[in-house]
Design a protein around this ligand. Structure first.
Ligand code: KIV
Ligand code: ZN
Length: 507
């Protein structure tokens, strides 16, 4: 059976989602999980974009094995040098260089003639080839480009040494049949196409990213570019889990296979959601909370009689298992440690005892400590490496009271505290944090949901906060929803601080 390669760009295109700002540690954690998931190529970032991006890519290239590591570079010498500097330590490095080829992009954005664009593309690939053998060339906005011009550019870059040609639907404008026909025409006209791999990269502006990518499989492309949970610029990219499970479940239609370990899909999806702060919509295919839930009586009846009546794939295939051992207040160290290991949550030395005592406190407040709770407890341990941590929180509010919050924070070994009033207790707490730190966050989005089902579920808050021009997301979990809100806001503050977007005023 033909093998399709999966090129994951969660850490590059996905990281370009508004509000997402991962630090190097978080990127590394996701990269290790992507390698476990079995992606063939992992696009680690855009090294020229910022020193933080460079560092994230460099560390992934050094530390993550069993996967090709790609770095993005515009078609110019500075970007390519920087990309190479970042990935030269990788087991199997790839430089991914791009330039736009559509009339609209060449005229208005690049302000270059088609001949100049062709020349720049060839020079860029030549330079990249002098550094590494694996070169991917992308024609940005390919799907709105002239077929003959695009074939000329592709023929030129193949001669210059490109090994992968990517034909993106950058603005998510294509429709499946049209896109397949366009790809077919390009492949027929490009000289040397048989020597390279052909890739597609589809955006979801019309909700067609997955459909377009699957149409491309039908015309024989070799590589699909996608992101976990479909995150990415604007409406996002083709969702990895949807592509992989469509190919897996409908092998009869597509006749291809991937190297993805499907049992790692749910875990990867949850990790990406937690670290990016991008919630997964409940009805999202494959990984949404309701994707395997059956509500109506008729459906439940059918399921009880024969699962295949309403279930086209088993949740266990993507790694959702009903746990046989329930963790609660009577559970001991061994059971908790075993579950953490099963979940791939490997804590740093000495962190387990702290997690276990937090586990016991939580188990006193809730009947069952779920997998999501364990992920949150493990996250808390990682947050200990944050520079700004919550020390204490006190709020008062009520029908006839002015909502007031006092927040104590630990910053560089100092205990800092202040109080503020607000429209409600959450607003008061966020204002108190800003007062303590001398920051000015503008809350753009706030959402609260239960982490799992059940009346004693923990509250999960996600926020997007603007600091100056920069938007950053944060997530917090607690049995107390005000505390969850404060933790989410502090995560956003920590991310903005580590990126150099805010300064903390010395007291
Ligand atoms: O959408 C796009 O065209 C891209 C390229 C850089 C591949 O992300
Ligand atoms: Zn893109």
């Amino acid at each position: 059976m033909r093998r399709i390669e999966i090129f994951d760009t969660t850490l590059r295109d996905g990281e370009q989602s508004p509000g997402v700002a991962l630090n190097a540690d978080e990127k590394l954690q996701i990269a290790h999980q992507l390698s476990k998931l079995g992606v063939n190529v992992l696009e680690a970032g855009f090294p020229i974009a910022s020193p933080g991006d460079f560092e994230g890519v460099r560390r992934i290239a050094q530390e993550v094995r069993n996967v090709s590591v790609a770095a993005l570079a515009r078609a110019n010498a500075k970007d390519i040098e920087r990309a190479w500097e970042a990935i030269s330590g990788a087991e199997s490095p790839r430089i991914h260089t791009f330039i736009a080829t559509s009339p609209i992009h060449m005229l208005y954005k690049l302000q270059k003639s088609p001949d100049d664009v062709l020349e720049q593309a060839i020079q860029a690939v030549r330079l990249a080839k002098s550094k590494v053998s694996d070169i991917e060339f992308s024609a940005e906005d390919a799907s709105r480009s002239d077929v003959d011009f695009l074939a000329k550019v592709f023929s030129g870059v193949i001669q210059a040494g490109a090994t992968v040609l990517n034909i993106p639907d950058t603005v998510g404008y294509a429709t499946p049949e049209e896109y397949a026909a366009f790809l077919q025409s390009i492949m027929e006209r490009t000289v040397g196409i048989e020597k390279v791999k052909v890739s597609v990269h589809c955006h979801n502006d019309l909700g067609l990213a997955v459909a377009n990518s699957l149409a491309a499989v039908g015309v024989g492309v070799h590589q699909l570019e996608c992101t976990v949970n479909g995150i990415g610029e604007r409406a996002g990219n083709a969702a990895l889990e949807e592509l992989v499970m469509a190919l897996h479940t409908r092998k009869d239609q597509f006749n291809v296979e991937t190297s993805i370990v499907t049992a790692e899909i749910a875990r990867t999806s949850q990790l990406v959601s937690r670290l990016t702060g991008m919630m997964i919509q409940h009805n999202k295919a494959i990984v949404g909370k309701n994707a395997f839930a059956h509500e109506s009586g008729i459906h439940q009846d059918g399921m009880l009689k024969e699962r295949s009546t309403y279930e086209i794939m088993s949740p266990s295939v993507i790694g959702i298992d009903v746990e046989s051992i329930v963790l609660g207040k009577h559970s001991g160290r061994h059971a908790v440690q075993q579950r953490l290991t099963d979940l791939g949550l490997n804590l740093e030395e000495g962190r387990f005892e702290e997690l276990f005592s937090r586990f016991k406190l939580l188990a006193d407040r809730k009947k069952e400590v779920t997998t999501s709770d364990l992920f949150s407890l493990a996250d808390e341990q990682k947050e200990k490496t944050d520079l700004i941590n919550l020390d204490y929180l006190q709020v008062s509010s009520g029908t006839h009271l002015v909502p007031t919050a006092t927040v104590g924070l630990m910053f560089q070994g100092q205990r800092l505290a202040d109080a503020a009033c607000g429209d409600g207790p959450v607003d008061a707490a966020f204002k108190a944090i800003d007062k303590v730190l001398g920051t000015q966050g503008k809350l753009i989005h706030y959402s609260l949901q239960a982490l799992d089902g059940g009346e004693d579920a923990q509250g999960e808050v996600t926020v997007s906060v603007k600091f100056g021009e920069n938007l950053v997301a944060g997530r917090g979990v607690s049995t107390d929803i005000i505390e969850a809100s404060v933790r989410g806001y502090l995560q956003a503050v920590n991310r903005a601080f580590s990126r150099g977007w805010i300064e903390i005023l010395e007291k």
